[in-house]
Design a protein around this ligand. Structure first.
Ligand SMILES: Cc1cc2nc3c(=O)[nH]c(=O)nc-3n(C[C@H](O)[C@H](O)[C@H](O)COP(=O)(O)O)c2cc1C
Length: 312
């Protein structure tokens, strides 16, 4: 499958963040492609209501990939088949999740400890989606410091027909601590022929450029760097931050409105909070505004916060 459908400036999957409203806004403001957060393959196959909400993509299935996790190759294959039948063109397998509750089922980064299982999951998914759809994997450098097997695992993935790799150069044991070691990304890129995308500590357009160039990666993913700043994609493409943070605040109001429509008032008032938190980084009165964000319960409270920030 042609990798061009995903472009080179992608919104990373993030649990609790990359629901339909945020993906829609990120695509509007420059993301070349986006992914749903990780969803359980079994939940998806069984039409679990929450899972179906997480994967809802409206008319954006052509530029949205679904990310699935699970440890049973057969179920992963069924989920991938269903995703393709539902219109998704890209299926990503999560081999990176470090959470205990996922690991203990053998899914996420646990598969990095069992490369036979890793291979079997990829083979089954590939078998179910054929060559007309994109198969990607997202993984960490290894399970822990003593088992950094990313070169071996990615070689297996390449041989099994994976089209692209999203690489987060931290081990599972590191969780989100320390720094992402992108010298590993550069080494991976030299060792395999399929496209490699960098993820990890890409917080602004400068780190994005620096990591993309220094690793020769085919593209980058914005994750935490896009929370509260969905226009970061556009800024990266233009390589300019000419619009100040405050000038972009209306785009967060727009996100809030999308959330209201999709989730209803109470959930929207909570789900906008991490965005406002991040947006406020660097502002003089961030502490005071964040307290207001914390205390907000409904539509009016959130709109008040937006107005107060606008009047800085
Ligand atoms: C709140 C949150 C949720 C995440 N959920 C997922 C997920 O569902 N699937 C996944 O592959 N990675 C997930 N990640 C990892 C990100 O996609 C990304 O690879 C990681 O945050 C490193 O990039 P960054 O340092 O630029 O944020 C999550 C990260 C965060 C912060």
């Amino acid at each position: 499958m042609n990798n061009q459908i995903i472009g080179d400036c992608i919104l990373a999957p993030m649990a609790g963040i990359t629901g339909y409203p945020f993906r829609k806004i990120a695509l509007k403001y420059g993301a070349s492609f986006c992914f749903t957060e990780m969803v359980s393959a079994i939940g998806y196959v069984k039409n679990d209501k929450t899972t179906l909400e997480l994967t809802y993509s409206g008319s954006y299935t052509a530029n949205t990939g679904i990310q699935i996790f699970g440890s049973d190759p057969y179920i992963m294959g069924l989920a991938a088949k269903k995703a393709v039948q539902s219109g998704f063109k890209a299926i990503d397998i999560n081999f990176g999740c470090p959470a205990k509750k996922v690991i203990k089922t053998g899914a996420g980064s646990a598969a990095l400890k069992d490369l036979d299982k890793f291979k079997a999951i990829i083979a089954e998914v590939k078998n179910n989606i054929g060559n007309d759809n994109l198969l990607t994997i997202k993984l960490r450098s290894g399970f822990d410091e003593n088992s950094k097997n990313y070169l071996e695992s990615c070689k297996i993935a390449e041989n099994e027909g994976v089209d692209s790799i999203f690489f987060h150069p931290r081990t599972r044991a590191q969780m989100f601590s320390g720094k992402a070691d992108h010298s590993l990304t550069a080494l991976l890129k030299k060792n395999i022929a399929i496209p490699v995308y960098a993820t990890g500590d890409i917080f602004d357009i400068y780190s994005a450029k620096n990591i993309k160039e220094s690793t020769a990666a085919d593209g980058i993913m914005f994750a935490r760097g896009a929370i509260g700043k969905p226009w970061i994609f556009q800024n990266f493409i233009n390589f300019s931050e000419i619009n100040s943070q405050l000038n972009n605040l209306d785009k967060l109001v727009e996100l809030f409105e999308e959330m209201l429509t999709f989730y209803g008032e109470k959930r929207a008032a909570n789900l906008i909070k991490p965005h406002l938190y991040n947006f406020l980084t660097g502002f003089d009165n961030a502490k005071i505004f964040r307290l207001e964000v914390n205390n907000a319960r409904n539509y009016c409270d959130i709109i008040n916060v937006f107005n107060n920030i606008k009047n800085i």
